[in-house]
Design a protein around this ligand. Sequence first.
Ligand SMILES: Cc1ncc(COP(=O)(O)O)c(C=O)c1O
Length: 351
Amino acid sequence: MGIDKKYVNWRDSMSKNIEWGKLGFAYMKTDFRYVSRWKDGSWDEGKLVEDNNLTISESSTALHYGQQCFEGLKAYRTKDGKIQLFRPDENAKRLINSCTRVMMPEVPVEKFIDACKQVVKANEDFVPPYGSGATLYLRPFVIGVGDNLGVKPAPEYIFCVFCVPVGPYFKGGMAPVNFITSDFDRAAPYGTGAAKVGGNYAGSLYPHQLAVKKGFADCIYLDPMTHTKIEEVGAANFFGITKNDKFVTPKSPSILPSITKYSLMHIAKEYLEMEVEERDVLVDHLDEFKEAGACGTAAVITPIGGIQHKDKFHVFHSEKEVGPVTKKLYNTLYGIQFGDVEAPEGWIVEV
Ligand SMILES: Cc1ncc(COP(=O)(O)O)c(C=O)c1O
């Protein structure tokens, strides 16, 4: 018996010839994306399309007044060949918060998850194989479109989800990197920091470039009000492990609530039996931590080697080696995402 040769050949000709091991984090046109339009008070059903260009009015609010927001999540191939999403309901809820903040219509949670599933299924050949460390990155976004001139909410909206296969963040294995605190702020005290809106990222490009020019991976943003507390590490949340093994992460209304961070808090507490604290992290008291890291969907965890603040360079565990608690947190989360470690109820959605 065995598999019909004709079928195998057809599958081969359909495969995308992608060198999974060489993938970075770069745009690649995949076959299908989901597009839904909002007009006169409701979303249409939405559909998959092949064209990766959007045609919109030159007067769209997304282009002039930054009325837009986005999300980022991944699809993972498991050992038995299945494909799964990690906590897409949390991305859906965060998109609703972002939409509400910039006066755009909500995309219902079910519509969001259905769109993500449709896009993954339609681009199945782009989902990297288990073991490559690569994943399929999904980018949902909402933009204000239609004819408009004044500063006010748009008359029409587009919700779109596209996907791109991306490589493992650390090609040669996980390694610590160094950061420098920034004199710039990414968000105002009661501004849009907790929403995933494009303006926050436009404003971060220059401070990022300054940090890279000085030889650091990225900058660390301090609280915009007093510049004494750590808020974010580039486009990732911060965590530190205290000398008595507490998982500590900053609490502030101008931080983007990272789904990875809240997942790590749960893992620290329930899987590693650590105490967890969300509270102020003073940049002058970094020696309370024996390890530190940045966390987010893209990197899972980036171990922090050291932080430059004014004329002081503080090294945590090591500039070369990853600390043991950071490693355990990473392995547990990575295992859950790829289906090798049992996930808490509701975290995994099969495609
Ligand atoms: C500013 C910022 N902080 C933190 C994160 C990490 O969030 P998540 O873990 O949900 O990817 C992201 C990425 O979405 C981000 O852009």
